[in-house]
Ligand binder design. Structure first.
Ligand code: ATP
Length: 281
């Protein structure tokens, strides 16, 4: 399944220029630009309705833009015919808001959906083996593979959705609010898993989230959507230098300060655990 020899070597696996998305007269994005760096977790934030999901849908070809260009792995996907981009589409995985698992399929069968779609020649035994491997990789117990989504907790369903998103060994992962609805401990565990998988598998991640803890804990950079554009992109300290009112309110508000304190405490705990025994001063 690996795209080994195809692995993208460029600096920006996603390049968006002059993107305009609209529904009738309602313009969601107006001349939006964004570049996503290889190997980063890019958090995408913005007020409700600013077009985060529409942006993700445009990148994966589910929303036809009115204007502009989107390149993924150096290939222009806007205006391309579906069969021209098939070699790009099997290099990304998507976890939609809510998980969007097929309720009538087991977790393993859900994971096999993209495998069967892109590799119809795969034998049953191999499909079983790959799906079991993906399930365990996302921290689910092996017996979760034969369960139906309704038999899983919310956090387990998210992991199952992630297992399906990873089915094709993607280089690029799109996640739409993956920790929404999880309790803070479950959300923190999911964040940890995502950071670990990103680093070990060399993924690039486009992560839509409202979760400030996630932004502080695992995102390398954050892109802010407002005024129909990406108004800023950078690390959180870089964003704090912006005087845009939404950015100031979002990253300087009480919830952001609490998230920052939580992150500092977690870093301090991790550091003290790294110290050799007897060196806890
Ligand atoms: N298929 C559609 N037809 C018409 N309008 C749409 C459609 N899809 C999205 N929109 C509108 O586009 C705007 C952006 O929607 P989108 O779902 O991208 O927002 P969002 O930033 O992801 O919001 P949230 O944080 O609440 O999930 C919204 O006003 C939404 O109503």
């Amino acid at each position: 399944m690996s795209n080994g020899d195809l692995h993208y070597e460029g600096e920006f696996p996603i390049v968006i220029e002059g993107l305009t998305n609209a529904f009738g007269d309602f313009v969601v994005h107006d001349q939006l630009d964004l570049k996503v760096r290889r190997g980063e977790i890019l958090g995408v934030v913005g007020g409700s309705g600013t077009g985060k999901s529409v942006l993700m849908r445009a990148i994966i070809g589910l929303q036809i833009p009115r204007e502009g260009s989107i390149e993924v792995f150096g290939q222009r996907i806007t205006d391309a015919e579906p069969d021209e981009v098939i070699g790009v589409r099997n290099r990304w995985g998507v976890l939609f808001q809510g998980g969007a698992l097929f309720s009538t399929l087991t977790v393993a069968e859900n994971v096999q959906v993209p495998l069967k779609q892109f590799y119809p020649e795969l034998q049953h035994e191999l499909l079983d083996e790959i799906s079991r491997y993906k399930v365990v990789m996302t921290g689910l117990p092996a017996d979760a593979a034969s369960k139906y989504p309704s038999e899983l907790s919310g956090g387990m369903r998210k992991r199952a959705g992630l297992a399906r998103a990873l089915a094709l060994d993607p280089e690029l992962l799109f996640l739409d609010e993956p920790t929404a609805g999880l309790d803070p401990i479950g959300a923190a565990k999911f964040d940890e898993l995502l950071r670990e998988l990103t680093d070990t598998l060399g993924l690039t991640v486009f992560l839509i989230t409202h979760d400030l803890d996630t932004l502080y804990a695992i995102c390398d950079r954050v892109a802010v959507l407002a005024d129909k554009k990406v108004i800023a992109v950078g690390s959180i300290p870089e964003l704090l230098e912006s005087d845009h009112p939404w950015i100031q309110e979002y990253f300087n508000g009480p919830r952001a300060r609490a998230a920052l304190t939580a992150k500092s405490n977690a870093d301090r705990r991790a550091k003290s655990m790294d110290k050799p025994a007897g060196d806890k001063a």
